[in-house]
Design a protein around this ligand. Sequence first.
Ligand code: FAD
Length: 503
Amino acid sequence: MNASSDSRIRSVVIVGGGTAGWMTASALAKLLGRSVDIRLVESDEIGIVGVGEATIPQIRLFNGTLGLDEDEFIRRTQGTFKLGIEFVDWTRPGHRYTHAFGPIGGRELGVVPFWQYWRKAHAQGWAGELGDYVFNTVAARGNRFLRGANVQNSPLSNVFHAFHFDAGLYAKYLRGYAEARGVRRTEGKVVDTTLRGADGFVESVTLAGGERIDGDLFIDCSGFRGLLIEQALHTGYDDWSHWLPANRALAVPCESVSPLTPYTRSTARDAGWQWRIPLQHRIGNGYVYCSEFVSDDEAATTLLANLDGRALADPRPLRFVTGMRRKFWHRNVVAIGLASGFMEPLESTSIHFIQAAISKLVALFPDRDFAPAGIDEYNRVLQFEYTRSRDFILLHYKATQRPGAFWQRCREMPIPDTLAHKIALFREGGRLFREHEELFTELSWVQVLLGQDVLPASYHAMVDLLSDAELRQFLDGVKGVLERSAAAMPTHEAFIQRHCKAD
Ligand code: FAD
């Protein structure tokens, strides 16, 4: 045996069995095989947070890595398809726009993005809203869905989608997957953590019954409490409440109603916003709010008054502080999921961050010497992605004309320089650039900026190379193709019925 194989990680201990714990266990079991002993500890008494039902398209890569069949996954999780998020009343009451996945417009004309052409036509007063030229938005408005069809040069050839699913069922599904690949699950409550004297690394965790579990690498998936990363290692937390002041949520399921919509809806309310996530067996709803501006009782009344069907339970309260750990990886502990930080679910990013963390951990999988360069790289990349996503979420609050004290505070708050620069660049001439590992591309930013009335003062000079008549022909042509393609799709409900209806 050579020196390097001798220092390999032999055992991984995952504390927590929510979405983060079971996604991590499944991926490590699949990718590392049985070369490493993987144990997961979870407490039935504590349970899981149980929300987290809307995703972004990257989850398909994760499920693909595991080799999950998409229809089986949808069936097992009571899932539905998601084409984007509809934002209602965010810009001002009575207004709505969609942040859809996938491209904007149709074929590209040279190097100038489609929205530059749209901007000129819109300023001339004859083009419809940007969403009329976004395939997923057009399909979502008609409640249509198709996974993609073999039609060349058609928007139908690649439909960008994500999922809504029942978080509890997803964790259960992944548990079966991970256990079948050798992950050992222990039910029990961790009551103590032992640190190594020499370097402060975590040596073991102890369960309420007295069992001690040793490991080389510990993954903290214990949720908001951050059992290892915070309670044991005191890593510290960057609190972003001054930018994202919502600190509570109430979640309540209600009966399903027709039609089954293929998108998440976010509706602005007096002190925050309400989500609506359609699943096959129910609709998930919640009100994310700032407790300085509304009482819990008032929030519950607002939530319950705005459901599509009969409530199936009492509203469940959740509390949080938006922000991130100063280090996501500290010593031999990697925090994944809510243990690593919390961003409100406005753009459905949390499950993606779990996935991003797992993929980076696999890429930088350590030896038992835990060399610092890999750890620093892990923290740098994830913190960058997390911070830039925060800016994107912040934009929704900043660029609003909504009345009311809460929204006035959001509109007037100072924002990070990175966001101020992005907005200024866009206002000047519709310019947007994605930097490094930013999660959200120009396509996402432009839909929210324009959706919330941040309009560029001018458009790109190259747009004038088209005459007005050519511009009209171009935009009308794109719109017609998108409308005809969407009309050729089955309804979302019919698609699910045919391919992935849950029992
Ligand atoms: P949890 O689900 O809290 O799991 C923690 C685990 O640790 C549990 O198994 C628990 O038993 C265990 N544990 C804790 N302490 C101990 C102990 N002492 N001993 C043993 N075990 C212990 N994300 C999205 O991507 N999309 C969304 O739409 C979305 N909506 C959200 C809405 C709200 C209001 C909130 C709060 C979050 C939302 N999220 C969303 C985030 C999402 O819920 C989480 O990212 C996801 O569920 C992962 O949670 P987790 O596994 O980190 O934590």
